[in-house]
Ligand binder design. Structure first.
Ligand SMILES: Cc1cc2nc3c(=O)[nH]c(=O)nc-3n(C[C@H](O)[C@H](O)[C@H](O)COP(=O)(O)O)c2cc1C
Length: 304
């Protein structure tokens, strides 16, 4: 699975990564979280914008994050009514201060009963699509990972994704996959493991070592979108991907040069595929003129 990543895994990126893979290599992706406020459900046009060109049959689940089961449930009904979303995910992992302040995202990790209730209310609001939940291994520590996993299961989730870092660990380098194994041992629903998968071999290793049924890749897929198949691509194919991403963004929206260039730059911060920017990353990132940036990218992608 391709992990949801705010500001990076937009509809265009998801589309281009999914295009590269067969379903058995990459089962699906999730949208970045859609914030559901305490007082108002999310309007339909906002949901549609998040989905972009995602149509029926596209394996892209929509992720919601909010503090209030009522507005979350009503938003879930609206998502279901769109008729194009195969799965609905609830974010219980976001460590950002804003999320914590509004009691959303990882804030729920302090209160498994409230988490269970949230899953239940959202799951009861929809009849034709499964509801899943993505958690971290804990808030300050991972002592209660089993309890958190069970809360998600008892609430009626069809799958649990567990990012094995705690909220306190944010995005630290060191990870403890055994926490994923503990979650697997605590529930009967399928578990999707997540955290620091950096190579294609890591995908299999995580499944073998933890027993999780699925594995989800975040930043590893920004570095090399072919991580799911394990294919090693050359520099030219790597640049073609980046240009195809620009084209897909234009298909999804108005696409001003500045916005397009900044999205590609966001990706280039992580990029390793084809060694395309090895030694030149800084010059790409420092290019201030978006037209020049895009012209250089186009030239690299079209080079014979
Ligand atoms: C820039 C960025 C944005 C993220 N946005 C989301 C998000 O919208 N929803 C979510 O559930 N997780 C989000 N995450 C967390 C990732 O989905 C993933 O759980 C995390 O990066 C750990 O996986 P990794 O070590 O493979 O990167 C984000 C992570 C990053 C780096």
């Amino acid at each position: 699975m391709l992990a949801p990543m705010e500001g990076v895994t937009d509809p265009a990126f998801r589309e281009v990564v999914l295009e590269l893979h067969r379903p058995e290599e990459l089962g699906g992706a999730f949208t970045e979280f859609v914030v559901v406020s305490r007082n108002f459900p999310v309007p339909e046009h906002v949901l549609r914008r998040r989905l972009g060109t995602t149509g029926p049959g596209t394996p892209v689940g929509l992720q919601l994050m909010g503090p209030n089961p009522e507005t979350m449930a009503e938003t879930a009904r609206r998502v279901e009514a769109l008729g194009v979303v195969p799965v609905l995910d609830i974010n219980f992992g976001c460590p950002a201060k804003g999320a914590l302040k509004s009691c959303a995202g990882s804030a729920a990790l302090r209160d498994p009963r409230a988490m269970e209730e949230m899953v239940r209310r959202v799951a009861e609001a929809v009849s034709s699509i499964p509801v899943t939940a993505k958690i971290r291994a804990g808030f300050d520590d991972a002592d209660h990972v089993e309890e958190l996993a069970k809360a998600v299961e008892q609430g009626g989730a069809a799958m649990l994704t567990i990012h094995c870092r705690t909220r306190a660990e944010k995005y630290q380098e060191e990870v403890y996959w055994e926490r994923i194994a503990r979650a697997v041992g605590a529930v009967r629903i399928p578990v999707c493991g997540n955290g620091s998968i950096k190579t294609h071999a890591d995908l299999e290793r995580m499944r073998r070592e933890t027993g999780c049924r699925y594995a989800m890749v975040g930043r590893g897929a920004l570095a090399d979108p072919w991580i799911f198949s394990g294919e090693r691509v050359d520099r030219r194919r790597a640049f073609r991907f980046l240009w195809r991403y620009v084209e897909a963004m234009r298909e999804n929206g108005p696409g001003q040069p500045r916005g397009l260039a900044s999205r590609v730059k966001q990706l280039l911060r992580y990029w390793t595929a084809g060694d395309a920017v090895a030694g030149t990353r800084t010059t790409w990132l420092r290019e201030a003129d978006p037209d020049r940036f895009l012209a250089r990218l186009h030239a690299e992608a079209s080079a014979g």
